[in-house]
Design a binder for this molecule. Structure first.
Ligand code: NAD
Ligand code: PPY
Length: 354
């Protein structure tokens, strides 16, 4: 990671704190509050350096700004990164509780400029713990008055994006399509189930053998995680971590389209250009994975019921089709086209379904 990438950031606010007792470093980055209070989840992971944690938080926060804008949601973008001293599964319950307490204290100090929610390695139970100390939390469990997990709705939105991509790319329906899902976690497992039920052939990769065993039970074919970028398929669906497609991967990818849930799928802008040159349709992640934001912000801020959340989540397919059309009309990669659409939508009056 180039250290300048972390410093050359044009966002609004950064909070950092180190706790020597637990060996944990906390980062909150608010990218933009131009269109509302910033929101975005809390990611807990190990980072090689503070620079890496800052850079990851910056990229994730910017993706939240774009997600809110392109989805017509009246919020800005932010994200938290908790840089752990050990893998999450090796951190004992008391230490994790202390880490969450400190994180909640940090969020509270921002006085509502930033609202958190679940992300990789945090869940609704963790949001319940944070909410003991701060009010600025999305995605508490339903029993505690929150909207609960956003994963199912995220998967529904990604599935809508796949259908729109198959239509736009002339692939037809799902019958006979081969879909490769990387990561069978909370989102990927639902996505694989929906795609299989729609008649697709599923290839799956996960580093967790239990997830693979589960998928094999309903007829999915496992492939080694290291082979995801070279295994031929119609749609590649990254649903594990970000930065999976750099220029080299984009040059060797053997898929007709990339449609996934992971935030920041492209490791670098140039990868989007390579995909375009190779006529591989890339569905920008901040468009496809907005189902989680529709669920959390829709339920907890806008007072939507399940039907309105579903209407807006279905609209992800139409938004993505507009992105593809802009990309063709203006001769630009789809990622740039989605940024253009986000800018247009924040300049125009909001029009949410329902
Ligand atoms: P998760 O932690 O439940 O699942 C991730 C899965 O990926 C796990 O099964 C893990 O074993 C697997 N995995 C990790 N490294 C892998 C590798 N190298 N190869 C293959 N598999 C690997 O996470 P999730 O909630 O399902 O989210 C998945 C992605 O979608 C994340 O990047 C997240 O930021 C993004 N996302 C999630 C939501 C949501 O509502 N949950 C919303 C927007 C974006
Ligand atoms: C994401 O969609 O990437 C998130 O971080 C989830 C989220 C969405 C909206 C508010 C808070 C968290």
């Amino acid at each position: 990671m180039n250290p300048d990438d972390a410093l050359r950031w044009e966002g609004e606010l950064t909070l950092t704190r180190h706790d020597a007792d637990t060996g944990t470093t906390f980062v909150i980055r608010v990218d933009s509050i131009r269109h509302g209070r910033a929101a975005g989840g809390t990611r807990a992971a190990q980072y090689a350096s503070l620079t890496d944690a800052l850079a990851d938080a910056a990229r994730l926060a910017e993706a939240m700004t774009l997600k809110m804008a392109v989805s017509n949601l009246p919020m800005g973008g932010g994200k938290s990164v908790i840089a752990l001293p050990a893998p999450r599964q090796d951190i004992d319950a008391a230490t994790w509780k202390r880490i969450l307490y400190l994180h909640a204290e940090n969020i509270d100090r921002l006085n509502g400029a930033y609202w958190t929610g679940p992300d990789v390695n945090t869940n609704s139970a963790d949001m319940d713990v944070l909410s003991n100390t701060t009010d600025f939390v999305f995605g508490r469990s339903v029993g505690r008055g929150g909207a609960g997990s956003s994963a199912v709705n995220t998967a529904v939105g990604v599935f809508e994006a796949m259908k729109a991509t198959a239509r736009f790319g002339g692939m037809g329906g799902f019958e006979g399509l081969t879909i490769l899902v990387q990561g069978l976690g909370a989102v990927g497992a639902h996505l694989a189930t929906m795609a299989a039920q729609a008649g697709a052939r599923l290839l799956v990769a996960d580093v967790d053998s239990e997830r693979i065993a589960w998928a094999q039970e309903f007829g999915c074919t496992p492939i080694p995680p290291a082979r995801v970028s070279t295994t031929p398929c119609d749609i590649f669906a990254p649903c594990a971590m970000g930065a999976v497609i750099d220029r080299a991967v984009a040059r060797r990818l053997s898929a007709s389209a990339v449609v996934g849930a992971a935030n920041n799928i492209l490791a670098e802008d140039e990868a989007g250009s390579v995909l375009r040159d190779r006529e591989i349709l890339y569905a920008p992640d901040f468009v496809t994975n907005a189902g989680g934001a529709f669920h959390l912000v829709g339920r907890e801020v806008l007072g939507w019921d399940a039907d309105v959340v579903a209407d807006n989540t279905r609209a992800i397919g139409r938004t993505l089709t507009q992105v593809y059309e802009i990309s063709v009309a203006e001769g630009i990669p789809t990622d740039a086209a989605a940024r253009t659409l986000a800018r247009r939508r924040t300049a125009a009056p909001t029009s949410l379904a329902g």
